[in-house]
Design a protein around this ligand. Structure first.
Ligand code: DGJ
Length: 664
């Protein structure tokens, strides 16, 4: 067998091609043997081997990733290995792409399996080229399958609007478990993320913001294999002679520090995808005013926000003509003069006077049926041919698979950003894509490609504008977006205990710099128990801090508390955005080189503890050097003490924020 070793920072991924060249297989990834010993019965050998990428025609009864049919109706290929890139070296270093090439001479198809290691993450994608004379159809086209050497309990994130990123797991003695989205957007229902638990944890994510599918399969030998890819469309994807199809990336990671370590590997990868930014503390008026925007009232909120240390003031939905509720206005992106009598420029100038930057909400992929845009360009509205378009939240979608629509979206953004002094953009998307459009085209692929191109252009042309990705809460959180926005909005649920749970799930796959989080007055929809204002702040300070409360109703004491927390957050916000996060028994710890920030939360019923005797509680810390001394408040402790005994968390307060500084 020829093998290639892809080197990560702490892990190696070894892939091999047997002499017959009919497939690539995993040789090693972390502990645990993956080779199959013994003889197969009743099935071809490919059906029991740990295949990297299964093609129908090579593999038959076990899951496959690629199915290509031709004009004769056959959907089998038998590509054979011909060459690899980087032939000179079987030791593939980080940053070097490896391509394993397989060719099927009967159809004239070339299949490239691509690999690139970033940190401890293995990026994988495929390219399929039709070098024959007939048009072909891709019936199934996954990005990759990752063989997971250890474990058969699969963790996943499920949710709904206002309750995203809930954690669950399923154990598969044998059999399959599939999650996905057929909503044309990543979705609230599942995240494109599957992982295992245990001492060594493995995880797979898909970098795609349209429809997708991920399946965990435990085969007859007991081996777990995770497939990830775009959903096949009803007619399949046509691949004409001379054309090449490329999949999005699927990534796999492995950590010898369990699920918490796996999260850190993904976080480091996501930081490498994004640009380094100091998170600015924002105020967003959505929860305070909803559609009832009035410049004078917004300025009153802005004055209070500036007074407590906020740096950017964001006007959310409702600033444009025809938008007095959610039934109108989308598509007509003109400032409503009734709401901003001095124009948006005048408003922004007043914010500048308060030393506040200005942020604007927009939902550029959508259109309201009663907008001018819908009247002028009915052909731009996405619909299933011969059917009425489907209305969700009183709105329709533009057909972003069309280049003229993509150009309209770009020119709208370009006009707003070049006309007004905007430093922050909140890009929202409040409905799924259900109408099929012209199914002869790859609508899902074209829409997402155009979306990514616009976001890339935005970043290149307006590098100073911070972009927040939002989709009716957290319906578009994935690695494709993580590479193109500065932060993401995980959920519209900002109630303290609900939010903490959502953030715990979010953190298993997504980094703190992507976790936009606001302090509001919201009561829980799932867990309605009250928590202190400190608690709410500490929850939001664990990500990118924002304020979304109605500050005009806050007392002086509340404003003072807010100012204190915001000032503290500014002291360590870079560390929150750019450090290793460890889960603790009652909170989280952000570990930098010399400093750690610890947040502890009382989530149970500890604050109504009764009369029985109890022992003081301590929370052992993580990620410190046992031999170094640390200062915690006025006390000095050896790292070993903090790691083993920990810091007190008992009585009184329902949350704590503790800064731990190295002394020597
Ligand atoms: C959904 C978002 O998640 C909210 O934060 C808010 O921007 C509304 N849309 C506005 O319509």
């Amino acid at each position: 067998m020829r093998t290639w070793t892809l080197r990560g920072t702490t892990t190696s991924y070894v892939v091999g091609v047997p002499e017959h060249g009919l497939w690539a297989q995993l040789v090693a990834w972390g502990p645990g043997p993956v080779e199959v010993v013994g003889t197969e019965h009743f099935v071809p050998r490919a059906d029991v081997e740990p295949l990297e990428y299964g093609v129908r025609g090579v593999r038959y009864t076990a899951p496959v990733e690629l199915v290509v049919s031709g004009p004769d109706g056959s959907d089998e290929l038998r590509p054979v290995f011909t060459e690899s890139s980087g032939e000179a070296s079987r030791d593939v270093l980080p940053g070097t792409e490896l391509e394993l090439v397989f060719r099927d001479d009967v159809r004239g198809v070339r299949v490239g399996l691509h690999y690139l290691v970033v940190g401890d993450v293995v990026e994988r994608w495929v390219s399929v080229r039709n070098g024959g004379v007939d048009s072909l159809v891709l019936q199934r086209h996954d990005s990759a399958a990752f063989v997971v050497p250890v474990g058969n309990t699969v963790k996943y994130l499920w949710g709904e609007w206002n309750g995203e990123f809930q954690q669950a797991s399923v154990t598969l003695p044998r059999g399959r478990f599939t999650i996905g989205s057929s909503q044309g957007i990543t979705g609230h229902t599942y995240s494109p993320f599957l992982a295992t638990d245990g001492d060594v944890a493995y995880g797979v994510q898909l970098a795609w913001s349209g429809s997708w599918e991920m399946t965990a399969d435990v085969d007859s030998t007991g081996l777990l294999r995770i497939q990830a890819g775009r959903s096949p469309s009803s007619l399949g994807t046509r691949l004409g002679p001379g054309e090449t199809w490329r999949s999005p990336k699927a990534v796999g990671a492995c950590s010898a520090q369990g699920a918490d370590g796996l999260a850190r590997v993904f976080h480091a990868y996501e930081r490498a995808l994004s640009r380094t930014r100091t998170p600015r503390v924002l105020y967003n008026s959505w929860f305070a005013t909803e559609f009832g925007i009035r410049a004078d009232h917004q300025l009153e909120l802005a004055r209070r926000a500036a007074g407590i240390g906020v740096e950017t003031f964001v006007v959310d939905d409702g600033w444009f003509v025809g938008r007095s509720d959610d039934a109108g206005g989308l598509g007509d992106w003109e400032v409503d003069p009734a709401k901003f009598p001095d124009g948006l420029d005048g408003f922004i100038a007043q914010l500048r006077g308060l030393a506040l930057g200005f942020g604007l909400w927009i939902e550029p992929e959508s259109v309201s049926p009663r907008s001018r845009l819908a009247r002028e360009h009915p052909e731009w509205i996405l619909r299933t041919p011969s059917r009425e378009p489907i209305l969700i939240r009183n709105q329709l979608l533009l057909d972003l698979s069309r280049d003229d629509v993509a150009e309209f979206v770009w020119s709208t953004l370009d006009r707003l950003l070049s006309t007004y002094d905007i430093s922050y953009l909140k890009w929202d998307a409040n409905r799924p894509r259900l109408d099929s459009g012209d199914v002869r085209r790859d609508v899902d692929g074209l829409v997402v490609t155009n979306l990514y191109a616009i976001l890339d252009r935005l970043r290149a042309q307006y590098p100073e504008v911070c972009v927040e990705g939002c989709a009716g809460g957290g319906a578009r959180v994935d690695l494709g977006m993580a590479a193109r926005v500065d932060t993401l909005w995980p959920s519209d649920n900002t109630a303290p205990l609900d939010r903490l749970r959502i953030q715990d799930g979010f953190r298993t796959g997504f980094a703190p710099h992507l976790m936009s989080s606001w302090v509001t007055d919201a009561v829980g929809t799932h867990d309605g128990r009250e928590r202190s204002l400190d608690f709410r702040f500490h929850v939001a300070m664990a990500g990118v801090l924002g304020i979304g409360a109605d500050l005009s109703r806050w007392s002086d004491d509340q404003l003072k508390t807010a100012a204190r927390h915001i000032a503290q957050y500014k002291e360590f916000r870079e560390l929150i955005a750019d450090s290793n996060v460890y889960g603790l028994s009652h909170g989280v710890q952000y570990v930098g080189d010399r400093r750690s920030v610890v947040f502890l939360w009382e989530t149970g019923d500890g604050n109504v503890r009764g009369t029985l005797p109890a022992r003081p509680r301590r929370v052992p810390l993580a990620g410190l050097d046992p031999a170094t001394n640390y200062r915690v408040g006025d006390e000095t402790y050896p790292g070993s003490y903090l790691l083993q005994v920990g810091i007190p968390f008992d009585g009184g307060a329902d949350s704590r924020c503790v800064v731990v500084d190295a002394l020597d």
